[in-house]
Design a protein around this ligand. Structure first.
Ligand SMILES: [Zn+2]
Length: 452
C-alpha cells in the first residue's frame, strides 16, 4: 500500500507539482543522480564550464556585476574555473541590501522574496528565482534518495512556528498534506507537548524525520525519561539541518529512534551546501555550488584548514550569489568517500548553533522564537540575544538609523514577554556592531539558563 502511494507521489504528483511551478526539478535530479558518480576530475571540468556560462549570463544581465567587472577591468572570460573567483569581491549581507535593485537580472522571471536571519543574526532580504528553487529542491531530493527513502514517504517535520506562518507557509502546509509530511511546531516545548509530539510520531510511523537536531535530541531525551519506545516504528533516517549537530545529539537520536542521523548543511540564503551520505561523507552540492574556504584576510585555504565558507551558487543568475560569505566555519576534505560518489566533501562544519531559551514557567523555547521578533523589524540591522537568567534577558541591537527608539524597545519588550513570561525583564542595548565570539563565530542567541 504505502510503497505504491510513494511511487505515485514520487513519479507523478511531485513532478506535476514541480511542473506547475515551472520547475524542471525532475530532469535536474535525474542528471544529478548520474553526475554524482563521475570522477572528481570530470566533475571539476563540468563545474568550470557551468561557472563560465553563469558568469557570462550574470555579466550580460545583472547591472551590479556588469559595473563591478567593468570598473575592475575584468571580463567574464577571466573567470574560467573556481580558482579564478578569487579575482572577484565577496558578497555580504550589507552589499546585498545596498545594491538590491541592481542585483536583479534584467531578464529575471518571477522572483519570490525571502527573509532570513542567516547565521550571523543580521537579517537578509533576497530574491529567489525559479531556476534556483528547482536546483535546490533537486539537490535535496537527490540526497534524500541516498537513504533509501523518497519524497512521498511519510515524514515528520519538526519546524517553524504558527507565529511565522505566512501565506507562503500555508501553501507549504497544503503541499505537505499532499506529500504526507506532517509539521510539528518546534516551539513552546513543554514536557506535555514533547510527549504529544512523541505520540504523533508513534501514530504516524514515518519513514523519515526532518528538522533541527536540538529538537529531535530533546524528543529523544523525553522518550528516554518516560521509557517510551521509539525504535520500533520503522523510521529509516533522521535528516537534521540548520544547526550544528553535536556528537552527543547524534548518538542520542540514533539510539532512541533506531535510525541513522543524516546531517545537512545549508540554508535558504546560501543554498543546500552539503548533505551526508550513509557512509558518512558530507558531500557538496558540487554541480550547483562552488565552495571556497577562506582565512580571516579573505585568502582561499587548501583542504585540511579551517576557515569561513564562501559559496557561489550557479543557479542564481536571476539574483546572483557570487562569493557569498556565510559566516560559518568549516574544513574542506581531500579524501574520497567509501560510497564511491565523486562529489567532494566537507570534513567538519563548526558553524551554526541555535540555543534554546527557557521561559519563566520552565517551558523550553527554540531560540528562533525570539529571533523572529527581531528579524521581522525593518529597523533592525543586526542583533544578539543573551538570556542571562530566567528572569532577565539582554538584547543588543544595531539599528539601521543608528539609534534604537522607544517604539523598537516596546516591540522587543512586548514580543519577548509574550514568549518568556509577562514578569521577565528585558534590557535593550543600542550598539554600533555585534562582536563575534572568541571562536570568530557569530551566535545570535545565547542562553545561560540550563534546559535540563
Ligand atoms: Zn559518500
Amino acid at each position: 500500500m504505502s510503497s505504491i502511494y510513494t511511487k505515485i507521489v514520487s513519479s507523478m504528483l511531485f513532478p506535476l507539482h514541480e511542473k506547475l511551478k515551472k520547475h524542471d526539478t525532475v530532469e535536474i535530479r535525474k542528471s544529478l543522480e548520474q553526475s554524482q558518480w563521475f570522477s572528481k576530475a570530470v566533475l571539476k571540468q563540468n563545474q568550470s564550464k557551468r561557472l563560465q556560462k553563469f558568469i557570462q549570463t550574470v555579466y550580460e544581465h545583472v547591472p551590479y556585476y556588469r559595473e563591478m567587472f567593468d570598473s575592475a577591468n575584468l571580463s567574464p572570460v577571466d573567470i574560467t574555473c573556481s580558482e579564478d573567483l578569487a579575482k572577484l569581491p565577496f558578497l555580504d549581507k550589507t552589499t546585498i541590501s545596498t545594491n538590491f535593485e541592481k542585483l536583479k537580472s534584467d531578464i529575471a522571471g518571477s522572483l519570490s522574496r525571502f527573509n532570513t536571519g542567516g547565521s550571523s543574526g543580521q537579517p537578509l532580504i533576497f530574491l529567489l528565482g525559479n531556476e534556483r528553487v528547482s536546483h535546490d529542491v533537486a539537490e535535496k531530493w537527490r540526497a534524500t534518495r541516498w537513504w533509501d527513502v523518497d519524497i512521498g514517504d511519510k515524514e515528520i517535520v519538526a519546524w517553524g512556528s504558527p507565529i511565522e506562518l505566512g501565506a507562503q507557509d500555508k501553501v507549504r502546509l497544503i503541499r505537505d498534506g499532499l506529500f504526507r509530511s506532517e509539521l510539528i511546531p518546534a516551539f513552546d516545548m513543554t514536557e506535555q507537548k514533547l510527549l504529544s509530539f512523541l505520540s504523533t510520531i508513534q501514530k504516524t510511523k514515518p519513514k523519515m524525520l526532518f528538522g533541527y537536531p536540538s529538537v529531535f535530541d530533546l524528543l529523544a531525551k523525553t522518550a528516554k525519561q518516560h521509557g517510551i519506545q521509539m525504535d520500533n516504528l520503522g523510521i529509516k533516517v533522521a535528516f537534521v539541518t540548520s544547526e550544528r549537530l553535536y556528537p552527543y545529539q547524534r548518538d542520542n537520536i540514533e539510539a532512541t529512534f533506531g535510525c541513522p542521523v543524516a546531517n545537512g548543511y545549508g540554508g535558504r540564503d546560501a543554498g543546500f551546501i552539503a548533505h551526508q551520505c550513509p557512509q558518512g561523507g558530507m558531500h557538496l552540492s558540487y554541480e550547483d555550488i562552488v565552495v571556497e574556504i577562506i582565512d580571516p584576510q579573505g585568502n582561499p585555504l587548501p583542504p585540511g584548514q579551517s576557515g569561513e565558507i564562501v559559496v557561489t551558487h550557479m543557479g542564481t543568475s536571476e539574483f546572483p550569489f557570487i562569493r557569498y560569505r556565510t559566516g560559518d566555519i568549516a574544513v574542506m576534505s581531500d579524501k574520497t568517500c567509501a560510497c564511491g560518489r565523486g562529489l567532494p566533501m566537507l570534513e567538519a562544519i563548526e558553524g551554526r548553533s541555535t540555543d534554546f531559551v527557557v521561559a519563566l514557567d520552565g517551558t523550553i523555547l527554540h531560540g528562533l522564537s525570539l529571533i523572529y521578533i527581531l528579524r521581522d523589524m525593518e529597523s533592525v540591522e543586526a542583533f544578539k540575544i543573551i538570556q542571562e537568567t530566567k528572569q532577565h534577558t539582554h538584547v543588543q541591537v544595531v539599528s539601521k538609523s543608528g539609534e534604537v527608539n522607544q517604539q523598537m524597545r516596546d516591540t522587543i519588550m512586548t514580543g519577548f514577554q509574550a514568549r518568556l513570561g509577562a514578569e521577565v525583564s528585558v534590557t535593550v542595548e543600542s550598539v554600533a556592531e555585534i562582536a563575534p565570539e572568541k571562536s570568530g563565530k557569530y551566535r545570535y542567541v545565547i542562553s545561560k539558563v540550563s534546559t535540563t
